[in-house]
Design a protein around this ligand. Structure first.
Ligand SMILES: *Cc1c(COP(=O)(O)O)cnc(C)c1O
Length: 399
């Protein structure tokens, strides 16, 4: 690898880091990051192979452990997050699972916010208990509930903020203090905020995870994930689980994510600005009973938003007057905005959580999560804001 004319990425601003950070050029001096689509690596000699396995010689061994394209992605993500270390994973859920397994063993206890992405809820409340790890779910917005749930064997706390789908904002610094007092680590799923607007590690969290499938790819192509933490956690708690259970990221997907990161700040800024404008216009419309958007004065945790977020979100949630019937009619009438349960895409996407992402919840659980039959979750894309608004207007007129 030629290392001539390589800037010190730590001295660069975030937008520049997302273009130049982590680059490892091959002997060919390519401009764009190379895609190392290889499972394994060859050695000059048996002695060299032995030294690499012993850890005495730097270099790659097998792509389940590490791969140059994946390493470039990890380095760029670590710069973005201000983390000491990062590891790519095959999906956001692979990141959550490996991160949680790295924190606990049988006999331990986990406290998690009840408002979680459905698969994350499965990991903490169904999968971990099968292996002797108890789980307590709490109302994540209530710090006294976190405090009351701590036990002598609590080893990890897990939350996402803003939450899916109604964008409640949880006090990360507050939960981190409670977790640390009890000797537990705080793991934060930062997908809805993105690294641009919220830095959980700086707020006191120990581990941050992303589904790179969302804003990091940003164009709806590849699944991927990433776990970020200090070097000690990654080396001592995470590395062996990652190496030996195999949630590794594909080099191809890592390459797509690397290219996605080049435009990540531009995209997330534009999508957040469009989401903010749409949220304000939707709030004024008589067909909408309520708008949920961090950054609006009527957000239930506006004080926490002001304290810990640098921007809103690319996501907006709305309650449509008239419940499921009108919510479905609105979705069906939209033409630019597509019906999809995905998010963070260049294309604006809308979904009805009660019948899709949160279908497993009963009526009481839906009510507790603040999800009504008229609730829709909108992921704002990169279209012209006026086309999105006109799409809503023509759809409203059909209700
Ligand atoms: C999508 C998502 C995940 C899971 O990510 P995958 O890449 O789909 O595995 C986890 N948490 C949140 C908040 C998500 O939006």
């Amino acid at each position: 690898m030629s290392e001539t004319k390589k800037p010190d990425a730590n001295q660069l601003r975030p937008a520049t880091q997302m273009v130049h950070g982590g680059v490892m050029r091959s002997q060919f001096g390519e401009t764009s990051e190379a895609l190392f689509m290889t499972q394994g690596y060859v050695y000059d000699s048996a002695e060299s192979q032995e030294a690499r396995f012993k850890g005495d010689e730097p270099g790659f061994i097998y792509s389940r452990y590490a791969n140059p394209t994946i390493s470039m992605f990890e380095e760029r993500m670590a710069l973005l997050e201000g983390a000491e270390a990062a590891r790519g994973t095959a999906s956001g859920m692979a990141a959550v699972t490996a991160a949680m397994l790295s924190c606990v063993k049988a006999g331990d206890h986990v406290v998690a916010a009840s408002a979680l992405f459905g698969s994350c809820l499965y990991i903490v409340s169904e999968l971990l208990p099968r292996f002797g790890v108890e789980c307590t779910l709490v109302d994540g917005t209530d710090l006294s509930a976190w405090k009351a749930a701590m036990q002598p064997n609590t080893r990890a706390c897990f939350l996402e903020s803003p939450t899916n789908p109604v964008l409640s904002v949880l006090d990360i610094a507050g939960v981190a203090d409670i977790a640390h007092e009890a000797g537990a680590k705080l793991v934060v799923d930062n997908v809805f905020a993105t690294a641009l607007w919220q830095s959980p590690l700086a707020l006191g969290a120990d581990v941050v995870i992303y589904s790179a499938t969302k804003h990091i790819d940003g164009q709806g192509r590849c699944l991927g994930g990433v776990v970020l933490s200090d070097a000690q956690f990654i080396e001592e708690e995470f590395k062996d689980i990652h190496r030996h259970t195999g949630p590794s990221l594909s080099p191809f997907n890592a390459w797509v994510m690397l290219k996605g990161l080049e435009t990540f700040p531009l995209r997330v800024k534009a999508q957040t600005e469009a989401a903010r404008i749409l949220a304000d216009r939707l709030a004024e419309h008589k067909a909408i009973a309520r708008v949920y958007y961090p950054g609006r004065a009527d957000h239930p945790q506006a004080d926490v938003v002001a304290k810990q977020m640098r921007g809103g979100s690319t996501m907006v949630a709305i309650d449509v007057v008239g419940g499921k019937g009108n919510a479905f009619a609105l979705e069906n009438a939209l033409k630019v905005i597509q019906i999809s349960n995905n998010l963070g895409d260049a294309k604006s996407l809308i979904t009805h959580p009660a019948t899709t992402t949160h279908q497993r919840l009963n009526d009481d659980q839906l009510a507790a999560a603040g999800i009504g039959q008229g609730t829709l979750r909108l992921s704002v894309g990169l279209e012209d804001i006026e086309d999105l608004w006109e799409d809503f207007e023509q759809a409203f007129s059909s209700l």
